[in-house]
Design a protein around this ligand. Structure first.
Ligand code: HEC
Length: 139
């Protein structure tokens, strides 16, 4: 009985490890590590681009935005985020810095009261991860 429980726990740990490995492999370049662009985006934001891609789907950004690389993200309510890393301004007014990008993602209504983009309760870490992914979207 005790043995059976231990065996199940071990199998569970093995699965968790396999999932963690699969996750860390996502978004790698052909050499197996993150690409130069992904590394730079992570440095700029303190976030993790490959995680940001999943987080974007969780918050439903895709219903309003077209976002390259994010499955099903073909929304037309807001602007397409294609090439957003290369843009000079966010929402037509904020200089495109990592700090401003994270602020916009988390508190658009503070930056631009009345904007059609809602506040979605994005946490600080999720905001960093999302920004990290968006900074891989170069023109
Ligand atoms: C209900 C629709 C809606 C949702 C959901 C939404 N946005 Fe937006 N977003 C907009 C609109 C509209 C704008 C343009 C705002 C403006 O210019 O005032 C915008 C602007 C932006 C911009 C600036 C784009 C540019 O071209 O300057 C970014 C970046 C962005 N959104 C990211 C996100 C992220 C990340 C999420 C999910 C956490 C999200 N949005 C969720 C509607 C939405």
């Amino acid at each position: 009985m005790e043995l059976e429980r231990t065996r199940k726990a071990l199998a569970g740990a093995g699965l968790a490890l396999a999932l963690a490995l699969a996750g860390s492999l996502a978004g790698c370049d052909s050499n197996g590590g993150p690409s130069a662009i992904e590394k730079k985006a992570a440095e700029m934001t303190g976030g993790e681009p490959s995680r940001g891609k999943d987080v974007i789907r969780r918050y439903g950004c895709s219903s309003c935005h077209t976002i390259p690389g994010v499955e099903g993200a073909r929304g037309q309510v807001g602007p397409s985020l294609e090439g957003i890393a290369s843009r000079a301004y966010l929402a037509g007014k904020l200089p495109n810095t990592p700090e401003n990008m994270i602020k916009w993602i988390r508190e658009p209504q503070e930056v631009q009261p009345g904007t059609a983009m809602p506040e979605l309760g994005v946490t600080e870490q999720d905001g960093k991860d999302i920004a990290a992914y968006l900074y891989t979207l170069q023109q």
